[in-house]
Ligand binder design. Structure first.
Ligand code: URA
Length: 199
């Protein structure tokens, strides 16, 4: 007989394992592991790139400058961190916020795969090239550029995920680029429409 497990408890158990991860060299420079935050399960799952300095200090995703923009984006469509799930491809901060390496992504991906199973989202919104590239390779879609893929919903039928993949620019990319910020806010409006068709 199958045992029915509460997804929040499953996530707590997974978080304990993630907290002990030493499978790449980032474990030696991190202050905190950033597992993720939000409601479990969740219709909508955001995936960022990796913790930055503030996230590493606090153990919470998107609490720095990019996080402020992210909160504004959520609020612009009447959402809040408590209504969605937010995590990153990498759970530990790369030193000096350098790009994640393929080795680190490969090692860390075991965690996001397990999070995905627990969260059971209907919409996955990867933010930025690294997260979008990761999702595309996971679901057998060709990644081109974030500039050509953002704001375009894609129906995915894959053994690991059935639902909509909706790539977005990374909020950090919009800090010094107002045009991109407008685009990102517009893409959030479209996201709201997508959500209204499934809720
Ligand atoms: N950038 C990310 O991709 N994730 C965070 O948690 C913070 C900044």
């Amino acid at each position: 007989m199958d045992t029915i497990t509460d997804p929040s408890i499953e996530m707590q158990q997974l978080a304990k394992k993630i907290q002990q991860c030493c499978s790449c060299e980032l474990s030696s420079t991190r202050t905190h592991i950033v597992v993720g935050t939000g409601i479990i399960p969740s219709t909508l799952m955001f995936i960022g790139e990796a913790p930055g300095k503030n996230e590493d200090q606090q153990g919470i995703p998107f609490v720095g400058r990019a996080g402020k923009i992210f909160d504004q984006l959520l609020n612009s469509i009447q959402l809040h961190r408590n209504n969605v799930y937010i995590t990153n491809i990498l759970k530990c901060r790369p030193p000096k916020n350098r790009n994640p390496t393929i080795h680190e992504i490969t090692r860390c991906s075991t965690w996001i795969d397990q999070q995905l199973k627990i969260i059971q989202p209907q919409v996955i919104a990867p933010m930025g090239s690294f997260a979008t590239h990761y999702c595309c390779s996971k679901f057998n879609i060709t990644f081109t550029t974030i500039g050509s893929m953002h704001g375009i919903p894609m129906k995915i039928t894959h053994r690991k995920f059935t639902g909509t993949l909706y790539p977005l620019y990374h909020p950090a990319a919009t800090i010094y680029n107002n045009q991109l910020k407008h685009t990102l806010f517009d893409d959030f409006k479209k996201l709201n429409k997508i959500l209204s068709t499934i809720l």
